[in-house]
Design a binder for this molecule. Structure first.
Ligand code: KG4
Ligand code: ZN
Length: 335
């Protein structure tokens, strides 16, 4: 089954075609992402109305480009998948409207995908994919969740953030220290030049049982450290390193506990923060030490993309899921 995937929940327009006749990375016939970062940079964050308009502008050219790269025409498609939520309502409606219209015109089945299920299943698009049961750490700009995956489509929430998501904490901390938008990747880059241990921040909520997270206090600690420092370039890098180490350690400690609680030895990591090099290395080492395995998508499939939506949608369409041909999105949606 060749499925066209469309992602437009926030500030990335993503399009891909996944072919379930091939498995792993080979199944991804083509994918393209257009990032709106430059558009939103001057506002320091995503402006919903501008995001919707830019999706309108970019989506059809990106679909044409992706099909051309896969050497396919619309007549070769067997289904259409799109992000139905959670996300910005106007942005979601653009993707849903285009996907539903295409499916109707081509007489194809279409399915709305949960954005976080897309992230969660992204590592399964790589070669040697993990099999359920496993524990998934979902770390993005909007979510930080630990999920027990008993089977694909059967998810139990083990823990989540009580305030800021990990990516949000990266972005806000970066902004506080004057780094340009979007801050997360910039802060991670700066941390590479920082010295570990110069600034030591708390590992929030690791001193008590439970699998929930809280990152807003850590952000405040960093703000105080920054305000009381000489604010030099090297201090900024040292603080960035201290912050990154605190987030990475906290996530690793909770992941270890979640694997214990679920009785699993496979950890799957997905979402934008999953692109963080230090987090990848730490979780890999932690899982190997336990005799298990950590699985990640390639960095380009950690952040928002159409491939994960094509793949998650293809699994649902193959399982026979069909929805009525109505344009419906769910801006707030528990998985
Ligand atoms: O999954 P994603 O692209 O969008 C959401 O669904 O939120 O995640 C974006 C988040 C942002 O907060 C961004 O700062 C963070 O992922 N991020 C990173 C890195 N790359 C992206 N955070 C830390 N280190 C990175 N290398
Ligand atoms: Zn996302």
């Amino acid at each position: 089954m060749k499925v066209l995937g469309i992602e437009s929940s926030c500030d990335e327009t993503g399009v891909a075609v996944y072919d379930t006749a091939l498995s792993g990375a080979a199944g991804l016939l083509a994918h393209a992402v257009y990032s709106q970062i430059a558009l939103h940079a001057e506002y320091g964050g995503v402006v919903p109305e501008l995001a919707s308009r830019d999706h309108v502008r970019k989506l059809l050219p990106l679909i044409r480009q992706t099909l051309a790269e896969a050497d396919l025409s619309v007549a070769d498609l067997d289904g259409v998948a799109y992000t139905a939520g959670p996300g910005l309502v106007g942005a979601l409606l653009v993707g849903a409207g285009v996907a539903r219209s295409l499916a109707w015109a081509l007489d194809l089945p279409a399915v709305g995908v949960h954005h976080m299920e897309g992230h969660l299943l992204a590592p399964l698009m790589e070669d040697d994919p993990p099999a359920a049961p496993f524990v998934a750490l979902l770390v993005s700009g909007g979510h930080t969740q630990l999920v027990a995956v008993d089977a694909i489509g059967s998810y139990r929430l083990l823990g989540e953030t009580l305030d800021d998501a990990a990516g949000e904490a990266f972005d806000k901390t970066a902004k506080m220290m004057g780094l340009p938008y979007p801050g997360g990747p910039q802060l991670a880059k700066l941390a590479e030049t920082g010295t570990p241990g110069v600034f030591k921040f708390a590992r929030p909520m690791t001193d008590r049982p439970g699998l929930d997270f809280s990152f807003s206090g850590l952000k405040t600690q960093v703000l105080l450290a920054w305000r009381n420092s000489d604010q030099s370039e090297s201090t900024r890098a040292d603080i960035a390193r201290g912050f990154e180490d605190a987030v990475v350690d906290t996530l690793a400690i909770k992941c270890g506990r979640a694997l214990d609680a679920a009785g699993c030895d496979t950890l799957v990591v997905a979402g934008g923060v999953g692109a963080n090099k230090r987090l990848r290395a730490k979780l890999q080492a932690m899982c190997e030490q336990r005799g298990g395995r950590a699985c990640f998508p390639r960095p380009a499939l950690c952040t928002d993309n159409g491939a994960m939506i094509a793949f998650a949608g293809a699994l649902r369409l193959e399982a026979g899921q069909r929805e009525p041909a109505a344009v419906h999105v769910t801006p707030r949606w528990d998985m």
